[in-house]
Write a protein that binds this ligand. Sequence first.
Ligand SMILES: *Cc1c(COP(=O)(O)O)cnc(C)c1O
Length: 497
Amino acid sequence: MHEKIGIPNLAIDEPLIFELGNSGRHSVDFEKTVLSPGSGDIPASALRSDFDGFPEVSQVELVRHFIRLSQYNYSVDTGFYPLGSCTMKYNPRVNEDMAGLAGFASAHPEQPATFCQGALELMHRLQRCLAEITGMDRVTLQPAAGAHGELTGMMMIRAFFRDRGETRSKVLIPDTAHGTNPASVAMCGFSAVPVSSGPKGYLETGDVLELMDEDTAAIMITNPNTLGIFERNIADIADAVHDKGGFVYCDGANLNALMGIVRFGDIGCDLMHMNLHKTFSTPHGGGGPGAGPLAVKEVLAPYLPVPLISRTEDTYNLDYDLPKSIGKVRSFYGNFLICVRAYAYILALGGSGLRRVSENAVLNANYLRKKLEEDYHLPVKTETLHECVFTDRKQHGYGVSTLDIAKRLIDYGYHPPTIYFPLVVSGALMVEPTETESLQTLDRFVDAMHAIAREAREKPDLLKNAPGLSKITRVDEVAAARKPVLRWIKQEAVNGE
Ligand SMILES: *Cc1c(COP(=O)(O)O)cnc(C)c1O
């Protein structure tokens, strides 16, 4: 079975382009250059003299070098990417095509509203779709990511209380929360008060009641939470929070589990962000642009960032007239082309299609959970939605940890799942398959996980040194973070020659 495993993408040994080619090779033949260095067309001061070591490669060498480099990584387009909490789903190409349409891609953000009616109409329509999906009244597309949506929401809550002459200092945050939640809260000057999620993995109303008071501005709940579990007491918790005049913020990063099934505005949430780059199919993970639109109930509408995109009959406007607005949170109108992708995705699927996305995401996660629960310890038995969390407890006796399991998965050709998160689970290994994976892909992944569980029992050293088949094997992650090598050093220099 070992002959079959391995990862071509991560095993490429590609030299630097400086090490390729030969003197005199070039990739393009110019019949006649318009400007030639010897002719005096270019002033001497603008000419580089130190061209030593400049790569001289043929066209095929150039193309192969960059194509190979482009494969020198792992991506959703090359394989299964079960990273929990991230919704690494396949992104249909039609969304890219729509975002590439010249009218969208080349639109200048300083154009007056009269010249960009199409773009404004698209944003207005997307806002209405997101309001419908979340059960909220109003939406801003400005925030550039989920964390930015959280910050925007917290700023609006702060503005709401200031406006009423109230000061509140606390925000409740469950212990399963993503780290961005307490960070957003702290950036707005609130202190984050942790709420324990209890042995069943979800919040108990009593625990919230005990902490909720009139100095608490809000509770921030991720639903389903980062254990993949639905917060089933959300409506009662919302009542308890509202009783003391607080807001219920929903971190909607896990919306992929519940589209068309639960509308958070209907069950007591007052505002929530969505991660378009997770749920609504924008490629992400490389630090590229995302979008974290924020949907709110009417009571918070006066504090929305400007400009609002409004509509009067058949005209779309950029409306800056909102005296209580928190102002702008992002240049121009947010990451517009991410919004185009999301709108294309929503239109392609329609309401029933979105619901099917969530149903299949939940089905896939539960399939993996069932198939793996014998080999891997499940810390929480409560039923899960779109992702499930295992631990390394059954492998501990062999000296094998979650890190070793994750690293060994690289040898089997998979991107490792999320590990050691959520923090409340010791040795967590979190898998989110998403709806875009086929039964065959899931079965192959299950086979790999079973094989690794067997290896843990029979040859644990193999796992402790994994990955063994990739070009880069086990790295010292602490040294890599503390003493990064950021510059290419000629090998001879390293060898002291
Ligand atoms: C991803 C995520 C965030 C942060 O979103 P970004 O778009 O990465 O800023 C917040 N909360 C949860 C639960 C998440 O999964």
